[in-house]
Design a protein around this ligand. Sequence first.
Ligand SMILES: Nc1ncnc2c1ncn2[C@@H]1O[C@H](COP(=O)(O)OP(=O)(O)OP(=O)(O)O)[C@@H](O)[C@H]1O
Ligand SMILES: [Mg+2]
Length: 367
Amino acid sequence: MPLTTLKVQQVRNLADVRFTPSPHINIVYGANGSGKSSLLEAIHILGLTRSFRTNKLRHLISSGAEQCLVFAELDAMATGTTQALGVERNLEGVSRMRYAGADIDLTTLAELLPIQVINSETFQILEGSPSIRRAFIDWGVFHTDPMFIRLWRGFKRVLKQRNSLLKYGKIDPSMRQIWDRELVTYSVQLNSLREDYLALLKPEFDQVLAGLLPNLEIELGFSCGWDQKRGLDEVLADNLVRDRKQGFTSAGPQRADLRVKADGHNAAERLSRGQKKIVVSALKLAQGALFYKLNSRACVYLIDDLPSELDDHHCRLFCQYLEKSSNQCFITCVDKTTLSEFWSQETQVSFHEIHQGEFITQDQEIL
Ligand SMILES: Nc1ncnc2c1ncn2[C@@H]1O[C@H](COP(=O)(O)OP(=O)(O)OP(=O)(O)O)[C@@H](O)[C@H]1O
Ligand SMILES: [Mg+2]
C-alpha cells in the first residue's frame, strides 16, 4: 500500500524532487517557505489530481512551467506487486492519470490512493459550512460502499433537474411527481449509506479520541437534511411553494449535516484551539482506522505542521497513535527537534530536510 518512491516535478517551488519515503513515518522539516506543504500538496495531486490549497493551476504549477507531474510506485491493492502511478496536470486543466501502464479515471485514482489531510483547514470540519462535513462523511461512504458513486451521481443529476424546473419552468404536477419520486428514491438510499457509515465510524472515533484526549466527551449526531418523521416525499410536497420562490430544493441529502458536540454544546464554540485540532484529527484518524478494518488497506496521511497548537503531551499522544497505526504518514514541521522525541525505539522514522525546494538530507533512523 505505501508509496515506495516519489517523484515530484514543477509543483510550486519543487522543480524536481525524488526520494524514497519510509512506509510508515516520514517527517519533512525545513524553514518557512522551503516547500513542505508543497510536498504534501504534490502527494494530494497524486491521489486526487488537485491541490488542497487552491483551485488555480497557475498557482500550483511552478512559475514558468506548463505542467506538473507527480509519480510514485505503490502496491495500491496490497497484492504484493508495486506498480507505477503518475498524475500530470497542465495549465489548460487537462489531467492525465496512469496506473500500471494504463490510463485511469478519477474515481479509480481515488480508490487506489486513499488520502487524508490534516492541516489548518481541517478545523473547518467544526467551524465551516455543512458542505465540509458532508464531504467528510462522503469520503468514508465512497471508500466503504461501491454503490455510493452511482447513487451520488444519480442524485445530483435529478436534483439539478428539479432545481432547474423550480427556477425556470412551470412544473406540470405529473412531471414534478416523477422527478420527486426519483429524488426520494436516491435520497433514501444515499441517506442510509451515510447513516450506516456513521454508525461504524462512531465507535472508532470514540476509541481514537480516548487515546488522544482522554476525559473529553464528544458526541456525534447526524441530521439527514429533512424531517425523517414525515418522509421526504411529504416534505417536498409541503415545501413546494417555498422551493419555487427560492428556485431550489430546500430539503434532502444536500442539506445533511454532522453535529459535533462537546459537553452538550456546539464543539466549534466550546473547545479550545488545541482541543479542536485533536477532535478533527481524531475524526480523520477514525476514518483511516475504519477504512483499514473494512479493506485491510492503509491510508496515506498528510499532516501539515503536526506540532502547531499542541502541547508536548498531546503531540506525543498523537505520534503514539500514528506509530501504532498502519498508515503511511507524511508529517511536516519547521524544527526537527519538535518531533524527534516522541517515537518509540522500534518505529521506523525517516527525517527528510527540505531547503528551497530541494531535499538536502534523508536520514532513515530507528530512534
Ligand atoms: N507557483 C509557484 N511557483 C514557484 N514557487 C511557488 C509557487 N507557489 C508558491 N511558491 C513558493 O513555494 C515555496 C514553498 O511554499 P510552501 O507553502 O510549500 O512552504 P512551507 O515549507 O510549507 O512553509 P511554511 O513553514 O511557512 O508553511 C514558497 O516560497 C512559495 O512562495
Ligand atoms: Mg507550510
